[in-house]
Write a protein that binds this ligand. Sequence first.
Ligand code: UDP
Length: 332
Amino acid sequence: MNILVTGGAGYVGSHACRILDKAGHDVWVYDTLELGHRQAALKDKLIVGQLGDRELVPQVLREKKIDAVMHFAAYALVGESVRDPAKYYQNNVVQTLNLLESMRECDVRKFVFSSTAATYGVPKEMPITEASDQRPINPYGFTKLVVEQALRDYAHAYDFGYAALRYFNASGASAGGAIGEDHTPESHLIPIILQVALGQRKEIFIYGNDYPTPDGTCIRDYIHVDDLGSAHVKALERLEPGKGIEANLGTGTGTSVLEVIEACREVTGHEIPATIGERRPGDPPELVANSDFAQKTLEWTPEYMTIRPIVESAWRWHEANPRGYATGTTVS
Ligand code: UDP
């Protein structure tokens, strides 16, 4: 299929592009490069533009004979969404609805959407299934939930076939080591810890150790970015008009902040000093996926089931590219 990947120069999108490409799809990357990196995009496949551009997007959809859109482009920082919700609603909701309008205009009705565990808020039961209530506790989670609801309605009314894939904690770097995680500023746990190992930070601040978890630190379900990519390809190949696939993407294993730090110490051989700090507002104590539905429906099994190989892949990338894409890494 001919696939347009919005946010294809970003972290999860760039990994998905390579997996799509390997699976034999013809991939076009559509990215503003505001947060994405030119070097992360597939070579000679990058189109720079805004999501909501109602001239350029239809032109690309027609010229490239696009069959499906994979939509990764979004702002995704919880804290920022609390401070500046307008930025999130404008981009994640308004621009996405504009993208969907362009698709309707061009009769492109297949859509794979990056959703998030943040749509569940603070769930009552753990692990989280797709039947768990979706009650976000921050604007970021709400923006994703609004689009999920729009997709349900578009599937019903306009015969869209969609997948809303709810990621848990995307992590790691491509097995080949060519691409990885590079956010400015960095706010995610694993890259920050690895920056300590690289000598770029003095220590890691643990956001609270008084949570109701066995070691007091927050528990998350870390899912390798290539496993996310392979789930997207499988979802794409199973889309049906008028139907939606809504699935959690995680490993089902919870790992605490202290356990992640320990894995990073083992992998890097660095002592990685850690200091207990305040809780970060908006952090639920525990988020772990029940991903049985994805495993069954998509016939998908994550390859990285524990934190250690995830950290190893991330470390390969960070060690080789200590300044991320700024080192001038060239990839294809
Ligand atoms: N975390 C931390 N120190 C940091 C960054 C993150 O203790 O410098 C914790 C954070 O509170 C959360 C976990 O690490 O429990 C994962 O955070 P991250 O920002 O990577 O992902 P999120 O769970 O917010 O999507």
